[in-house]
Design a protein around this ligand. Structure first.
Ligand code: MLT
Ligand code: ZN
Length: 479
């Protein structure tokens, strides 16, 4: 049966805005966020309800058509991009963007999977609550994608990853079955935690259509400081001190090397002059919903201890909301700074906190011996053991060729080092299509076997995002 017949059948299920065939409009859905890969599709489907998603999936399953679920298309690992075959359809959740309910008493929010993260944060804030998931792409990423990749971001040290915020889920399985488990319960020990299967599944097990998320009290007070690290400053010990002495009021502990700060500064029209110490800088933030805690005083006392220990050359405490915002803008502009310069090859590694310093030393030596002229941009959520250890693309070099060369050589050395220290090649960006070979290389065989069994149990015909994350059981390696 031809693709035009299939499109007609999907059209019969959806309303006029529900099927996009125009190649110009389709283009935005077939290239990944980092513009490393362009796939192909014959149609983008935009269901508006869970029932429509179920109908679409059932029909696709009937015809044996592969489905690539897509939220904001902000994946760094190509997990929302169709392959080049032109046989997969993209199912975009962008029309399913409703906030279904905010429950201030249960401290939860129920949303469609296509809701933009920032809109969910705003809806929670309007009720005096915090959705404690915050990341650079929050203005365009959608919560279904955040669930699919188990997104991390800037406040994991206090609140955990997306996984930790998920109370309930609504999902369409690969045969069109709707799993409706939109509960607000903190406690529900009734067998397998099915919703957690979908966290990190990157659309390979089904399509998330709705979610219930845990909220926290909205902070009313914050203390934010920019720490200039002295030479040899021990990051893990500094973090331990800050956590302990703040009674774990820490909400962010973001490390930045001087080069990353300079890149962000170059990309800003009105950059704050914050700078770095010899070992870089750390943005530290405490937050509390209580009006009775003096966080500035607490921060000053904690930083005095760190200075006393010889770990800081200087520390600047934000004196106003605008100073705080400027500190965060500098941190959050680093990815844009890399992009404006000429791009970077990203390594989203994490290692146990006790091995952060060792990783930095070993990886630095590896980069220097690979090519002493390479420049690095190193920053990240060190509070979670997560570093963005990015190799800058040299100016006037083809970005894609350079990326391919580095990913086939130096990247593997860096990942080997992270793995040898008990770490991982993907801390918060996922696996998708781009890192599937890394999962095969570094994943525990037993764990991969379990993942393949789960994939096969949920999606025996391999319809859901085929080619991403993991192969089902009956496929041969490399396929
Ligand atoms: C960040 O922490 O800024 C992102 O995860 C990394 C990136 O955007 O490259
Ligand atoms: Zn990050």
């Amino acid at each position: 049966m031809s693709q035009s017949v299939h499109v007609r059948a999907f059209r019969d299920l959806l309303d006029s805005g529900g099927v996009v065939e125009n190649p110009e409009r389709i283009a935005a859905y077939t290239t990944d966020q980092r513009q490393l890969f362009t796939g192909s599709t014959f149609a983008v489907l935009k269901p508006a309800t869970t029932q429509q998603v179920a109908d679409v999936v059932r029909l696709a399953a009937h015809y044996g058509i592969g489905i690539v679920p897509q939220g904001g298309n902000t994946s760094y690992c190509g997990s929302a991009t169709p392959d080049a075959s032109g046989t997969q359809i993209v199912v975009s959740l962008e029309r399913m963007d409703r906030i279904r309910e905010v429950d201030p008493v249960s401290m939860s929010i129920s949303v469609d999977a296509g809701a933009i993260l920032k809109n969910i944060q705003d809806a929670a804030a309007a009720a005096g609550l915090l959705l404690p998931l915050s990341l650079g792409a929050e203005g365009s990423c959608r919560i279904g994608g955040n669930i699919g990749t188990n997104a991390g971001g800037l406040s994991v040290v206090r609140y955990g990853m997306t996984r930790d915020l998920l109370l309930g889920i609504e999902t369409v399985l690969a045969d069109g079955t709707v799993v409706s488990d939109m509960r607000k319960l903190r406690k529900n020990n009734t067998g397998y935690d099915v919703k957690q299967c979908f966290v990190g599944s990157e659309g390979t097990l089904g399509i998330v259509t709705g979610a219930v998320l845990r909220l926290a009290p909205l902070p009313t007070r914050r203390a934010t400081a920019w720490l200039k690290l002295a030479s040899g400053a021990p990051l893990a010990e500094l973090l331990a001190l800050v956590r302990r002495e703040s009674a774990d009021l820490l909400t962010a502990f973001e490390f930045m090397a001087a080069r990353s700060i300079a890149l962000a500064t170059d990309a800003m029209t009105d950059p704050p002059s914050l700078g770095a110490g010899p070992a870089g800088a750390v943005l530290v933030e405490f937050a509390s919903s209580s009006r009775h805690l003096d966080l500035d005083e607490l921060m000053e006392a904690v930083l005095a201890e760190a200075i006393e220990a010889g770990w800081l050359d200087d520390a600047l405490l934000a004196q106003s909301g605008s100073q705080r915002t400027a500190m965060w803008r500098l941190r959050e502009t680093i990815p844009e700074g890399e992009k404006r310069r000429s791009g970077s090859v990203k390594h989203d590694i994490s290692v146990p906190l006790s091995s952060i310093r060792r990783f930095l030393d070993l990886a630095g030596a590896q980069v220097r011996s690979y090519d002493a002229n390479l420049e690095l941009s190193v920053y990240g959520h060190v509070g979670d053991g997560n570093l963005h250890y990015n190799v800058l693309v040299p100016p006037n070099v083809d970005r894609l060729e350079f990326t391919k060369r580095i990913e086939g050589s130096l990247s593997l050395q860096l990942y080997d080092t992270a793995a040898a220290l008990g770490g991982t090649f993907s801390a918060e960006h996922g696996v998708g299509r781009f890192k599937k070979h890394l999962l095969e290389r570094y994943g525990d065989p037993g764990r991969i076997a379990a993942m393949r069994r789960i994939k096969t149990a949920f999606d025996p015909a391999d319809i859901m995002n085929s080619g991403a994350v993991v192969r089902p059981l009956d496929e041969t390696p490399g396929s």
